[in-house]
Each structure stands twice: as C-alpha cells, then as structure tokens.
Design a protein around this ligand. Structure first.
Ligand SMILES: [Zn+2]
Length: 177
C-alpha cells in the first residue's frame, strides 16, 4: 500500500512523536513494507512515520552501500562524531526546496527491530546522514531549522560554480529524505 506523503505546513510534522511498544499491537511488518514502498515510489531514501501522518517513533531508511532498506523502531542517537560535513539535502515533505545541512559523519544509534529487540550500532557517512534527518522528523525538526543560510529553490543543478572554498555536494542526487 502506498501512503500519501504529508507536506508542510502539516502540524504532524512538528510533533514530538511517541515511542511504541509491543503493547500497541501495531502491524510493524506491514507498516515497514508499506513505508518502504511509499519511499521507493517517491524516489526517496528515507521516510519517517510523521511523513505519512503517524506520530510514532518509526522510520525506514535505505542504505545505498548495502542496497537494503531497513526499519528502525524507537531510534535514539546516543553519541555523535565530532566531525561534521555540510551537504545539500532535500525533504519529501518540503517539495521544491533544499538546504545545506551540517551533519555528524558518524553516529551511534540505539533502536529496536520489528520484534522490539534492542540494538546499538554505529553508522557512518551518508547512511548516518539519512538517519539523522529521519530522527529529526520524529522530533518535529525540519531541514529549514538546520539549514545554513535558509532553504533555497531546488534548481536541479549543482551549485558550486563559484569554486570558492569547499563545495557543497548534493545529497539529493541520491534521493530525497
Ligand atoms: Zn525529510
């Protein structure tokens, strides 16, 4: 099943989402499959539950390196690398706009799988960026809140023509979050 993706200024996108547990009796297997399908159809590489109008701490993210789309239940970033990198990001909930966002290069995340087993793993590079973007969604934070110099129109072009300093690469070439 394909969900409709919620866009700004929907209030759900500003909500602090709630943790879920086995007691909620959610069909997480179905939710994961449907969200993965919705994300893929929208040419996205990450999708958080509030983006389909559900205020729960659940997200799916596509790891370009392994080619896998993975579900994360109650994800929580517990440690971050000091080193950060600025890349241009788009968001499926903010069509047509992008922002240059600084993200940690590495994170340690605590989360649960679909059976609510606890995990704590380290994530690096672009997948760590996707996870930071999606966890932000669960806390009602959008790219406009983090963008250095605000959001700008998505022209579909790489914007490092001035050749000044370090160029901002385009994370959007690889899909929207
Ligand atoms: Zn987003």
């Amino acid at each position: 099943m394909i969900y409709e993706i919620v866009t700004v200024p929907a209030r759900i996108l500003r909500k602090q989402c709630r943790r879920i547990s086995a007691a909620d009796s959610l069909d997480l297997q179905a939710l994961w499959q449907d969200m993965a399908e919705t994300m893929e159809q929208a040419r996205g590489i990450g999708l958080a539950a509030p983006q389909i109008d559900k205020g729960i701490r659940f997200l799916v993210a596509h790891d370009l390196e392994s080619g896998q789309t993975r579900p994360f239940v109650n994800p929580e970033i517990v440690a971050v690398s000091e080193e950060e990198e600025v890349l241009s990001e788009g968001c499926l909930s903010i069509p047509g706009l992008r922002g240059d966002i600084s993200r940690h290069l590495g994170i340690i995340m605590r989360y649960q799988d679909l059976e609510f087993n606890e995990h704590e793993d380290e994530f690096q590079g672009f997948f760590a960026r996707v996870l930071q973007h999606e966890v932000d969604h669960l806390n009602g934070i959008l790219i406009g809140d983090r963008a250095v110099g605000g959001l700008y129109e998505d022209t579909g072009e790489d914007d490092d023509e001035d050749g000044e300093g370090e160029s901002v690469h385009d994370a959007g070439e690889q899909g929207q979050l």
